[in-house]
Design a protein around this ligand. Structure first.
Ligand SMILES: O=C(O)CCC(=O)C(=O)O
Length: 339
């Protein structure tokens, strides 16, 4: 680095080419976040993505249409945006439950280390993920289960196209002694797209003190939000809604809570259904499996699992499900014990 007359280091002059590249990147970032701030802007991004990858759009729709012609045991009604199911009926569940409990036994007494690593990624003090990208490679059963036929068909039918498997996580929620709910403990909708589906499977009995995943069905969310907008000039900070701000527009019975024994599962559109979770009472923990599906042309990306895109070369539907539009260049969920 050069040094000025007064001895202060002067950064080297960038070439005009590099400066132009940096300016262009900055401008497109700003333009993108402006577009994301309005529904019309989001539609524009979506159309751009579809036009940039039309073959993926057509292929995924075609395959989903073929599924619709055959019987599908699980259906997520569009109006409600969720369905409850028994994960024990899904192929491969017993093996996944055993693997999950094994990882729990091996890792849960090292929570301090896991918590520090998880907070660095997600800034959440009240939950950790016990499943790492490395585990998905060592045990292909995770991906096999996440893409089991009835589940993949259900998600494809709901989206009207074959989805992308974005994340598999073993979520352990813990009570961190904080008195006030924060972050995803407050009512919110997930912003990766206009729609998405997450499967939550209870791996231990979950009751109210364990802070179950709790949500308003899509039609109730729509109604409550319309009333909220009529009464308020702008949304709350970070789009996190206090309970009373929404529940005053709903009946208490309209809140659905994912309580139930091991194997009880919920397939829910967390973009359309206002939700929160992990409000644990002291001395309680909650252990659930979470599998996230997005459309290929989704709007934004959060941190996702690194899943081998060469898998299922002879199975068109499953192969599309492991083919994301953007592939993570680095692993977000690295095992802190082997790293
Ligand atoms: O169950 C929870 O803790 C809530 C998780 C959540 O908000 C989400 O996965 O989108």
């Amino acid at each position: 680095m050069n040094v000025s007359d007064s001895g202060v280091p002067v950064p080297p002059q960038l070439s005009w080419r590099k400066r132009y590249k940096a300016w262009r990147q900055n401008a497109s970032k700003q333009c993108f976040s402006r577009l994301l701030a309005s529904p019309r802007g989001c539609q524009l991004i979506k159309s751009y993505r579809v036009l940039s990858h039309p073959v993926q759009f057509v292929r995924r729709k075609q395959l989903a249409t073929q599924i619709a012609a055959s019987a599908a045991p699980i259906r997520v009604p569009r109006e409600k945006g969720y369905t409850l199911l028994d994960a024990r009926t899904l192929p491969g569940f017993d093996r996944i439950r055993d693997l999950s409990l094994q990882l729990f036994a091996e890792r849960h007494d090292q929570l301090d280390k896991i918590q520090a690593e998880y907070q660095a990624i997600n800034q959440k003090k009240f939950m950790v993920n016990l499943l790492y990208d490395e585990d998905l490679k060592t045990h292909p059963e995770w991906i096999e289960f996440a893409l089991n036929e009835p589940l993949l068909n259900a998600v494809s039918l709901y989206f009207g196209q074959v989805p992308v498997l974005r994340r598999i996580a073993l979520i352990l929620s813990i009570n961190n002694g904080e008195e006030h709910p924060a972050s995803s403990q407050l009512f919110h909708q997930d912003g990766e797209d206009f729609q998405q589906l997450k499967l939550f499977v209870n791996l231990q009995d979950v009751q109210l003190p364990h802070g179950p995943f709790s949500f308003l069905p899509a039609d109730v969310t729509e109604r409550a939000l319309a009333r909220y907008r009529a009464d308020h000039a702008s949304p709350p900070e970070n789009f996190r809604y206090p309970d009373d701000a929404l529940m005053s527009y709903c009946q208490p019975g309209e809140l659905v809570q994912a309580t139930g024994p091991e194997g009880q599962a919920l397939l829910v559109d967390t973009s359309r259904c206002m939700h929160y979770g992990s409000r644990l009472q002291p001395g309680h923990a909650r252990f659930v499996l979470m599998i996230q599906f997005l459309c290929y042309h989704n709007l934004t990306d959060t941190k996702f699992s690194q899943i081998d895109p060469t898998l299922f070369a002879n199975d068109p539907k499953r192969h599309l499900a492991v083919t994301p539009r953007t592939f993570p260049k680095k692993s977000y969920y690295v095992n802190p014990f082997t790293a």
